[in-house]
Design a protein around this ligand. Structure first.
Ligand code: NAD
Length: 415
C-alpha cells in the first residue's frame, strides 16, 4: 500500500495536477514546488517555574510574485516544517484566487499552548517575533492568527516589532484588537464570506425557497455562517460542535443557540430541537451544507450519501480528493476552501490598507467591500468551472496558479 502523503507532498501533487491542465512552464512549476525561503528558529523561553525551555519555530515564505507574503501563525504540538510549507503554498493560492496583492506564507511554533500560562505565551511570542524580525514587516511579510493564536498574540507581535523599529507599525500583522488598529468586521468576515459564496452558488443553480442550511462546527466561522443565513431569511435547520449536533426542520435561531452554548458549553440539548450526530448532520437533505469545523469530514465513505445541493467549505480541507470526485459526479457544487473561507484574509487585507493609511472604515463599508470581492472571485471561478467542465476546486486552482505564474513571467522571475 502506498504510504500516505504528508501535507506538503499533497500540496505539490495538487500543484502538479493543475500545472498539467494549464500547460504551466516547467521552470515555473519547479520554482513553485519549493518555498522561496524557510526560516527555522530555536526560541529559549523562561517558563513560570524558572526553567528554560527551547521551542522550535518556523516561518515559510512560499511566493511573493504578487505582493508581500501573507499567512497565519500556528501554535500547536504537531507543527512541523512540511505542514508549514503546505500551509504557506495554500496561502499563495488563496490570496491569488481572491486577487489580493499578496503572496503566501505560514508560520508556527511547536508547543502546547493549552499547557502554557499567558506570561509564557507572551514571552514565547516576543522571542519568536525577535527571531524572525528581519523577515517580517508591513511590506515584507504580514502574519495573522491561526490555530491557537489570536488578536492578543498579534498585539504582542506588533508591539515587539514596533519596539525594534522605533515606531508604531500596525501594518506588520492583521487581526489585531480594534483598539490598536484592528478592522471592524474581521470577526464576522470568514463566516460571512462563506455564506456569500454559498448564496451565489444557490443563485446559479436557480434553487427556490425555502433555502435550508446545515452547519458543522459552531465556532467563529460556523456561528457567523449560521447568523448571516438566518439574517437573510434562510432556514438554519442544523448546527453542531465537537459534542454533537441539533436539528429542527422548522429552523433554529443561531443567537439563541449561542446563548445556550455559552451556558452549557455545547449546542447539544438545545430545547426545541432533536439531538443528532455530526455524521447525520452532513447527510441532511438541505440546500447548503457548511462544514466549518475540521478537515477530512467528507470522504469516499459518506460522499455518496450527501444530499446538499451546495457545499461551502468554511473549514480548511473538509473534503478529501476522493470525495471531491463523487460530489462532482453527483452535480453538487463545492465552493472550495481557498475561496469559501477567504473572507478572513480579505478582511485582513482591508485591515492592512486601513493601518497603512491610518483611515478607518465602518463595519458597513467593510462588509460592502467584502461582498464585492467575494462575488467577483466567485464569478471568476464559476466561469472556469463551466467553461472547462472541472470541479470548482480545480477551477479556483487554475485561476490562482495562472495569476502567480503570469506575475513571475512579467517580473522576469522566470524568463
Ligand atoms: P473555532 O475553534 O472557533 O470553532 C471550531 C468549531 O468546530 C467549534 O464549535 C468546535 O466545537 C467544532 N468542532 C471541533 N471538532 C469537531 C468535530 N470533530 N465535529 C464537529 N465539530 C467540531 O474555529 P474557527 O475559527 O471557526 O475555524 C473553523 C475552521 O475554519 C478551521 O478549519 C479553520 O482553519 C477554518 N478557517 C477559519 C478562519 C477564521 O477566520 N476563523 C479563516 C479561514 C479558515
Amino acid at each position: 500500500m502506498a504510504a500516505e502523503l504528508n501535507p506538503y507532498q499533497m500540496a505539490v501533487k495538487q500543484l502538479e495536477h493543475v500545472a498539467r491542465l494549464i500547460d504551466l512552464d516547467t521552470g515555473i512549476l519547479e520554482i513553485l514546488k519549493k518555498p522561496k525561503r524557510e526560516i527555522i528558529v530555536h526560541l529559549p523561553v523562561k517558563m513560570d517555574t524558572g526553567e528554560i525551555k527551547v521551542f522550535t519555530g518556523y516561518r515559510v515564505h512560499h511566493n511573493d510574485a504578487r505582493g508581500p507574503f501573507k499567512g497565519g501563525i500556528r501554535y500547536h504540538p504537531n507543527v512541523n516544517l512540511d505542514e508549514v510549507r503546505a500551509l504557506a503554498m495554500w496561502m499563495t493560492w488563496k490570496t491569488s484566487v481572491m486577487d489580493l496583492p499578496y503572496g503566501g506564507a505560514k508560520g508556527g511554533v511547536t508547543c502546547n499552548p493549552k499547557e502554557m500560562s499567558r506570561g509564557e505565551l507572551e514571552r514565547l511570542t516576543r522571542r519568536y517575533t525577535y527571531a524572525i524580525r528581519e523577515f517580517i514587516g508591513p511590506y515584507v511579510d504580514i502574519p495573522a492568527p491561526d490555530v491557537y493564536t489570536n488578536p492578543q498574540t498579534m498585539a504582542w507581535i506588533a508591539d515587539t516589532y514596533s519596539g525594534l523599529q522605533g515606531r508604531w507599525e500596525p501594518g506588520v500583522v492583521t487581526a489585531k484588537p480594534i483598539e490598536i488598529g484592528g478592522s471592524q468586521g474581521r470577526t464576522e468576515a470568514t463566516g460571512l464570506g462563506t455564506m456569500i459564496t454559498a448564496r451565489e452558488a444557490v443563485k446559479k443553480l436557480g434553487l427556490s425557497k425555502p433555502i435550508t442550511v446545515a452547519v458543522q462546527g459552531f465556532g467563529n466561522v460556523g456561528y457567523y455562517a449560521a447568523y448571516f443565513s438566518h439574517q437573510w431569511g434562510y432556514k438554519v435547520v442544523a448546527v453542531s460542535d465537537s459534542k454533537g449536533g441539533i436539528y429542527n426542520p422548522d429552523g433554529l435561531n443561531p443567537e439563541a443557540v449561542m446563548e445556550h452554548k455559552r451556558k452549557t458549553r455545547s449546542v447539544v440539548g438545545y430545547p426545541g430541537a432533536r439531538n443528532i450526530s455530526n455524521e447525520e448532520l452532513l447527510e441532511l437533505d438541505v440546500t447548503i451544507l457548511v462544514p466549518a469545523a475540521i478537515e477530512g469530514v467528507i470522504t469516499e465513505k459518506n460522499a455518496d450519501k450527501i444530499k446538499a445541493k451546495v457545499i461551502s467549505e468554511g473549514a480548511n480541507g473538509p473534503t478529501t480528493p476522493e470525495a471531491d470526485k463523487i460530489l462532482h459526479e453527483k452535480g453538487i457544487v463545492v465552493v472550495p476552501d481557498i475561496l469559501a473561507n477567504a473572507g478572513g484574509v480579505t478582511c485582513s487585507y482591508f485591515e492592512w490598507v486601513q493601518a497603512l493609511t491610518r483611515e478607518w472604515w465602518t463595519k458597513e463599508e467593510v462588509f460592502q467591500k467584502l461582498e464585492n470581492k467575494m462575488v467577483k472571485a466567485f464569478e471568476e471561478v464559476y466561469k472556469i468551472y463551466k467553461e472547462r467542465n472541472v470541479d470548482m476546486r480545480t477551477a479556483a486552482y487554475i485561476i490562482a496558479v495562472s495569476r502567480v505564474a503570469r506575475a513571475m513571467q512579467l517580473r522576469g522571475i522566470w524568463p
